[in-house]
Design a binder for this molecule. Structure first.
Ligand SMILES: Cc1ncc(COP(=O)(O)O)c(C=O)c1O
Length: 447
């Protein structure tokens, strides 16, 4: 008998503990079940326990588990050709790049494929630096751009601290976080001061030195910060006026997550570069992409593109990507994300009227946050910045025991289920959150 068939759940858990280094975790605290299969918005562990996943894993599993169209495409491609290096042509890569050029807002777009989000950001800033001949990159504090050396430096989130000093030339701005405006202002009378601040930063850093502004158009793990209307347009104007590129990191927000192909499209803003990964294949196989405008691509027509990865545009991954894009389109999943996202936000806003611990609900599409406060009047956060709350942890733990996975971080929950989730599943998870929020309400000092 195959030894693997006889291994127990406990033995596998122990092997994970003993032999694997787990990310963003104090290793001795790692204690997760072993997952064996999944379908749609849920997955199943070795004991047969089923979990409805309100996180899409790392907000990447947009098509849910084992999406049949993507699995079929991978199997069929595997039977023909698993891999051919990037210097050779291959059908899925060519088709995927063509399809991406059709769905992004830039004209004559071309794609440089990578394996993930961090690699995409690394290459995006390299391209921006070569194209402009300038060095500095402006990013924002509440951001995450990946865990490799450069991408970690672009990141504003405290996950960056352990990797500092990092690469030179990155300057961070404050965020478009209206609920906790860094300028102490209110929209719209603020006249988008947070965007104007970036203009001022470019002036002080020297427009002749700034290559790009790189942002998540809707901030992801740092709290689902949806910018106010006009913010992204203003950034576009500021970048144009200073000959600075606008790079949108759509690693998390791409492919229907927010109810459009890309989040920048909600405001009709055309970036110079879109960086993406995750939903590109629905996470069934790793794949990332740096999609550049025709203007940037032209610059490399007669000039060496000093960039490469052994597995760039991996054949199997691109086949998965082609099928994933077909699924988003033919199964109407982007519209589904918009419609169910509206339902989710409406339900969360109704919950806010009953739960004094909810300070703010925000989001777009199936991408939302519930931010908890100790005191609604003063907006005192439920826990200080960069501290995980035992109460949010307890809510997430009890939900997990009851079969629903929520992501709790600092003083907020991120809600981002796969786009294939059904209305019934959505309601089940929200009912559970509604019920469990009483633990947070009990800690509120004044309603
Ligand atoms: C906005 C954003 N950019 C980049 C990354 C990094 O992607 P990866 O983990 O695939 O390198 C992430 C990952 O969560 C992300 O959310």
């Amino acid at each position: 008998m195959d030894g693997q068939d006889t291994v127990t759940h406990d033995e596998l858990r122990e092997m994970e503990r003993q032999y694997v280094l787990h990310s963003w975790t104090v290793q001795s605290r790692y204690n997760s079940p072993v997952v064996v299969t999944g379908d749609g918005a849920s997955f199943v562990d070795m004991d047969g326990r089923r979990y409805l996943d309100f996180t899409s894993q790392a907000m990447c599993n947009n098509l849910g588990h084992q999406h049949p169209r993507v699995v079929k495409a991978i199997v069929e491609q595997a039977q023909k050709l698993c891999f051919i290096q990037g210097s050779w042509g291959c059908e899925p890569r060519a088709k995927l790049a063509k399809r991406l050029a059709e769905v992004v807002p830039m004209e004559r777009a071309k794609t440089f494929f990578t394996n993930a989000g961090a690699e995409s950001n690394e290459n995006a800033i390299k391209f921006a630096r070569w194209f402009t001949g300038k060095q500095k990159i402006i990013t924002r504090y509440r951001s995450y751009h990946g865990a490799s050396a450069g991408a970690m430096s672009l990141t504003g989130d405290p996950r960056r601290w352990a990797a500092e000093p990092g690469i030179p030339g990155v300057i961070r701005a404050f965020d478009a976080y209206c609920y906790r405006c860094s300028m102490g202002l209110e929209y719209p009378s603020c006249n988008l001061r947070c965007a104007q601040q970036i203009d001022e930063m470019i002036m002080y850093e020297g427009a002749a030195n700034v290559a790009a502004v790189l942002i998540e158009p809707i901030v992801g793990t740092n709290g689902i910060l949806v910018p106010p209307d006009g913010y992204l347009q203003r950034l576009r104007e500021i970048c144009d006026a200073n000959q600075v590129l606008l790079i949108c990191d759509e690693v998390m927000t791409g492919f229907g997550r927010t109810g459009s192909w890309f989040a920048c499209q909600h405001w009709d803003v055309v970036p110079d570069i879109i960086v993406t990964a995750k939903g590109l294949t629905g996470a069934l196989i790793p794949l990332g992409a740096v999609i550049v405008s025709g203007k940037i691509a032209d610059a490399f027509e007669n000039r060496m593109l000093y960039a490469g990865l052994t597995y760039l545009g991996h054949t199997l991954a691109c086949a998965a990507g082609v099928a994933a894009l077909e699924a988003y389109e033919q199964e109407n999943l982007i519209e589904h994300s918009r419609v169910l996202g509206d339902r989710m936000l409406a339900r969360l806003r109704e919950m806010q009227t009953r739960h004094p611990s909810i300070g703010e609900v925000r989001g777009k599409g199936l991408f939302a946050a519930v931010e908890l406060v100790k005191d609604r009047q003063s907006r005192e956060p439920f826990v200080p910045f960069n501290v995980d709350s035992p109460v949010l942890g307890r809510i997430a733990r009890e939900a997990k025991e009851r079969g629903v996975i929520f992501m709790a971080r600092w003083n907020y929950f991120v809600l981002a289920p796969p786009l294939v989730i059904t209305e019934t599943e959505l309601d089940r998870a929200l009912d559970m959150l509604d019920e469990l929020l009483v633990y947070a309400d009990a800690e509120v000092t004044s309603a």
